[in-house]
Design a binder for this molecule. Sequence first.
Ligand SMILES: Nc1ncnc2c1ncn2[C@@H]1O[C@H](COP(=O)(O)OP(=O)(O)OP(=O)(O)O)[C@@H](O)[C@H]1O
Ligand SMILES: O=C(O)c1ccc[n+]([C@@H]2O[C@H](COP(=O)([O-])O)[C@@H](O)[C@H]2O)c1
Length: 189
Amino acid sequence: MKKIGLVGGTFDPPHYGHLLIAEEVYDGLSLDEIWFIPSNEPPHKAKSNTDATYRVAMLEAATSDNPHFKVNTIEMERQGKSYTIDTIKLLNERYPDTTFYFIIGADMVEYLPKWYQIEELVKLIQFVGVKRNDYELITEYPIMEVNIPSVEISSTMIRQRIKNHQSIRYLVPPKVLDVIKEYRLYDES
Ligand SMILES: Nc1ncnc2c1ncn2[C@@H]1O[C@H](COP(=O)(O)OP(=O)(O)OP(=O)(O)O)[C@@H](O)[C@H]1O
Ligand SMILES: O=C(O)c1ccc[n+]([C@@H]2O[C@H](COP(=O)([O-])O)[C@@H](O)[C@H]2O)c1
């Protein structure tokens, strides 16, 4: 069986926090690959203002120098809200010889009770929780934990810094910065 870690998210924009949690879990659980899955419409928050094409371009740029990181656009290909249970059912069907691990930060661990059809979802996928400042890795659901160095970076912080004309160097990979500059993303947003 192949072992693949999934990192779902809005990636608006992708940052070193995303890459770090992926690499740490890849290493900690001896996975074969990590697939980053950008959501079309997040199930639990407002739709991103950044077009899907740009979010995918940034994610491709962020992951291009790591041979075991891949971008998977399965949720972009589906219309409507990107419920994780629909994604996992499709992936399990398409890749019967693979065990998937869904990697989430502690903010999403705290939110698990509100995920769509969570009781069924936890039977279909192994969640892996990683710590994130200000959130607890405590849940009634059966998650695995991987210990990572905390990084206090969020996409919200990066969008805010761009708005304030502050540097985002060392918070996102240089190639992501290039895409942001090329398409003038987040200017006056
Ligand atoms: N710095 C971080 N440490 C640990 N987990 C993180 C970190 N940043 C993001 N994650 C996790 O990565 C996944 C995708 O996150 P997402 O793309 O929504 O980024 P975000 O930084 O939380 O965005 P936003 O600030 O726009 O809400 C989630 O499971 C989230 O918990
Ligand atoms: O399916 C759900 O109900 C659900 C609720 C909250 C979050 N998720 C997924 O968890 C991942 C991280 O969410 P976010 O908000 O940090 O981008 C992303 O793939 C979301 O689709 C999924």
